[in-house]
Design a protein around this ligand. Structure first.
Ligand SMILES: [Zn+2]
Length: 488
């Protein structure tokens, strides 16, 4: 479940709720130190409240960012939770020239320090609807917003590269727009991700935490600090949370939707998702269709064989991605499944369709030749054909198209089922970020064995002269041992 909680005061029932709905994340502000928390979630976002002092760090740029992480490191290590991620400053200025520059530089500093210390960060944490469009007319506003994102590209790319998370706030106000609204809520986030993709960010590796979301009266010029109790009914609110959960499942970069807030501190009383509300919410969430495992598709071509992308997913004119490449370039299966050959002289030409048995249909079209038997079982990476220029094609290229249908439903047409494959694609050479000891999951006995292995690994890294990696392992190993101790 993507839905989870932003907790301001830790109370026991929150653990049970998170376990009950199968949440993958929990978020806590000013967590208790040296005390096991959130035993049932694999990942924990941690924020130390510092709104009044954060600006002082940001205004010092790169060095300020490094110092911010250093100053929070000791407390962060003392938090006993699974898969800890440290949240940077909250809702920073991202609209003035100075704000953009300092935010970028300070974030780069924080990322470098976190990489050295072996921490994972959640960066940016921009307020909903920001960077904003300077109150310009629609088209102009979108240009201004895009330009501001462009100024932040260096730190976003550094975050992607280091396996860090991008934090985002997505509030909505029911009489202005719903939870999937395009100005403040998840629709805006979708636009942001598409913008980053257009600016060259590798969004197949982008990880986003919606670390504050819910109903807020403060957007669109209304009174701030009104929660759901003032703005809607419980039933209507729960329906909106379910709607958002459904919508967000279609955006592969989103890892969590953290409802603000559970276990309130004044003045957030109206927002509080207390035990009774959460029991009703759990009931509604669990009635939803089970979550399909995240789809990842191996690129159908080797990166060096792609001349360029000549057309992207732009329905209703184009339902796939066109990779321009020389005729005869090897084409590979993008997922495990059954491969079928096809021939449409006035359409796809020679093509191969791979069906994954969960409702996914992956097409490689305009081939010169098939390289797989009709009905053969294939694995991702198996050779299935050679690219060409057959069918309705005006030059040598591969048309790569992905359609999705509900399991058991008939095979959809392009217009019915095509989805944008680009965010789902990974390339064979994309290495996952190097794992660290505290990434390990499992029961205590397994963790103890892994801890011993990591201690030996740390020694090997030292002996090989990789002192930075050894140091990162050492610090993460301490986190793992703290966590293990909390489990015993
Ligand atoms: Zn095409």
């Amino acid at each position: 479940m993507l839905t989870s909680l932003h907790i301001q005061r830790y109370q026991g029932w929150q653990d049970a709720f998170l376990r009950d709905i199968g949440a993958q994340w929990g978020k806590i502000v000013n967590p208790p130190l040296d005390t096991p928390i959130f035993p049932n979630v694999p990942r924990t976002l941690i924020r130390f409240w510092c709104d009044d002092v954060a600006a002082g760090y940001i205004s010092r740029g790169y060095e300020g960012g490094r110092q911010f992480v250093r100053d929070q490191a000791a407390d962060f290590r003392r938090v006993q939770a699974n898969g800890k991620v440290l949240e940077l400053w909250n809702e920073p200025d991202c609209n003035t020239n100075e704000g953009l520059i300092m935010l970028r530089e300070a974030t780069l500093g924080a990322i470098d320090e976190a990489n050295a210390q072996g921490f994972r960060l959640c960066v940016l944490n921009l307020a909903e609807a920001n960077p904003h469009g300077n109150n310009l007319p629609e088209a102009e506003a979108r240009k201004a917003e895009r330009w501001k994102w462009e100024q932040l590209l260096d730190c976003i790319n550094a975050a992607v590269e280091g396996g860090h998370y991008i934090g985002r706030h997505c509030y909505w106000r029911p009489d202005v727009e719903g939870p999937t609204g395009r100005y403040h809520a998840l629709g805006r986030l979708k636009w942001d991700i598409d913008t980053l993709a257009a600016l060259g960010v590798d969004v197949s590796r982008l990880k986003v935490l919606v670390n504050e979301w819910g109903i807020d009266g403060g957007i669109a010029g209304h009174t701030p600090q009104q929660g759901w109790r003032d703005l809607t009914s419980e039933d209507a609110y729960i329906a909106q949370v379910v709607e958002a959960e459904q919508y967000a499942r279609g955006i592969p970069q989103i890892e969590a939707l953290m409802l603000f807030t559970a276990g309130y501190e004044p003045p957030w009383d109206g927002f509080d998702h207390d035990e009774g509300f959460c029991a009703d919410l759990a009931f509604a969430l669990k009635a939803m269709e089970p979550v399909a495992p995240a789809t990842r598709l191996l690129a159908p071509l080797r990166r060096e064989d792609v001349v360029r992308i000549t057309q992207r997913f732009t329905p209703p004119t184009h339902y796939g991605i066109d990779y321009s490449c020389r005729e005869g370039t090897p084409v590979y299966a993008s997922c495990d499944g059954i491969a079928y050959r096809g021939n449409q002289p006035s359409g796809f030409g020679l093509y191969v369709r791979v069906e994954d048995c969960s409702g996914l249909y992956v097409y490689a079209a305009h081939l010169r030749a098939w390289a797989v038997a009709d009905g053969a079982l294939v694995q991702a990476g198996d050779l299935i054909g050679y690219s060409g220029n057959t069918g309705n094609s005006t030059g040598p290229h591969l048309h790569f198209e992905v359609r999705r249908a509900a399991p058991g439903a008939p095979r959809p047409t392009s217009a019915q089922g095509a989805i944008d494959p680009e965010p789902l694609i990974y390339w064979p050479e994309d290495a996952a970020p190097e794992p660290l000891p505290n990434d390990e999951q499992g029961p205590p006995m397994m963790l103890a064995q892994k801890a011993r292995w990591w201690a030996e690994q740390m020694q090997r890294e030292y002996e090989a002269g990789n002192t930075e990696r050894a140091q990162a392992i050492r610090l993460s190993l301490i986190d793992l041992l703290y966590r293990l101790e909390g489990m015993l």
